[in-house]
Design a protein around this ligand. Structure first.
Ligand code: C5P
Length: 397
């Protein structure tokens, strides 16, 4: 099965005997690398305990809307925003009826109303209930805005035979994984720089910055999900190499430039996400520099090569995407960089806002090209990375 790394799934469980299968589904989601939050209706907890789901998902299970403690933690609106997708398995006849009528009389229906995430319904019920005209009317109307997976047909827990069985967990997990793979960049080669660079002062000291590399790594994964073959040229970071990505580790800006230029002729899209040090020491001391009697010390610095500008000014240039981390006049400075460096697209972010950008798991970006501007509001870096890739796919020739 494909990976679901960093995908945020809300698994809604409603009241039905098939709820026992949802435990296996959580396990499969977790094995595939997804982040899962389980939300159960009051009827669901009659069939399987929240404790089981908590143990399997590794996260608190949400069961009630009007729980001050839960709302103080991750409230229902935050939960609704957190999800990449919502899967309801099993979805009972009662739940489908309430959902179709826009009711918000428990946490799960409220979440479905409040979330913009796509909703997948995996029905499970007795075959007569499934055939009932009321249920069929609800299914037809819900199909306009949501997707049904199943039901399967066969022997049911109640002894009946017919449609109404919940799909097997492995089938649900596979369908979920398929949602996240698209072919937006299939056949394209994407090269991405990420992380900081280290500029040696002497054998033990260097100049660097706080870049964690998380944004660049998230973009690499999003590009791979979009079907591209990806090379990640990474400065020193504490991140594992994502699966099915060719990673080249480098230290200095000079090393990064060499690794970038090595096979740039094969690159269709170049994304410069690295926080490349602007300057490096003019000379690197051969031995560790000694303290001297003076209270001050000066270091002569010289400019590093501008990697992205070098790429963007090649005769046959890839579609080139840069980043602009700014603390003021963010859009204005980004527009200058777009023009000065000959870029096709620039992603600007305001690093003066404490909880986003450098070292954080979240970010907010403004995407600027010659005739388009698009604001992507605060979100996880993996979600923003996917939005960036979708935008690039629209812009490339
Ligand atoms: O000029 P500034 O550093 O703000 O530009 C940021 C953009 O340029 C980023 O895309 C960064 O990866 C790239 N860059 C580069 N080489 C440099 C400096 C920045 O590729 N020496």
């Amino acid at each position: 099965m494909q990976r679901l790394t960093n995908k945020r799934i809300i698994l809604g469980i409603t009241g039905g005997i098939a709820a026992y299968k949802s435990a296996e589904l959580v396990r499969l989601y977790k094995t595939a690398g997804a982040d899962v939050i389980v939300v159960m209706t009051p009827a669901a907890i009659e069939f399987i305990t929240p404790l089981t789901m908590q143990a399997l998902s590794g996260k608190p299970v949400h069961t009630t809307l009007l729980d001050p403690e839960a709302e103080a933690g991750m409230g229902h609106i935050e939960l609704a925003r957190w999800a990449d997708i919502i899967v309801i398995a099993p979805a009972s006849a009662d739940f489908l009826a309430r959902l179709n009528n826009g009711l918000a009389n428990d946490l799960l229906t409220t979440l479905c109303l409040a979330s913009e995430a796509p909703l997948y319904l995996v029905p499970a019920m007795n075959q007569a209930m499934w055939h009932n005209h009321q249920t069929q009317k609800n299914v037809q109307q819900l199909t306009i805005h949501t997707t049904f997976w199943g039901p399967d047909s066969g022997e049911q827990a109640c002894g009946d035979v017919g449609p109404g069985r919940m799909l097997e967990p492995i089938n649900i997990a596979q369908r979920t994984a398929e949602l996240f793979s698209n072919n937006l960049l299939s056949g394209k080669t994407v090269h991405i720089t990420a992380g900081p660079t280290r500029e040696a002062i002497d054998p033990v000291r260097y100049i660097s910055n706080h870049s964690s590399g998380k944004m660049g790594y998230a973009i690499a994964e999003a590009a791979r999900e979009a079907g591209a073959s990806v090379k990640l040229i990474s400065g020193p970071v504490n991140l594992a190499c994502p699966e099915r990505i060719h990673r080249v580790m480098v230290d200095s800006a000079d090393d990064m430039l060499a690794a970038v230029l090595e096979d740039i002729d094969q690159c269709d899209i170049f994304i410069g996400c690295a926080a490349v040090a602007d300057f490096k020491p003019a000379t690197v001391a051969e031995n560790k520099m000694k303290k001297n009697a003076s209270d001050t010390m000066s270091l002569a610095l010289i400019k590093n090569p501008d990697i992205i500008a070098t790429v963007a000014n090649l005769t046959t240039k890839p579609f080139t995407v840069g980043f602009a981390a700014e603390t003021q006049n963010v859009v204005e400075y980004a527009k200058h960089k777009l023009a000065n460096k000959n870029l096709d697209l620039i992603a600007a972010n305001d690093v003066s806002i404490g909880d986003i950008g450098f070292n954080s798991n979240e970010n907010a970006l403004t995407l600027i090209s010659s005739n388009k501007q698009l604001s992507l509001s605060k979100n996880s870096k993996s979600k923003l990375a996917r939005q960036l890739i979708e935008h690039i796919a629209q812009l490339i020739p």
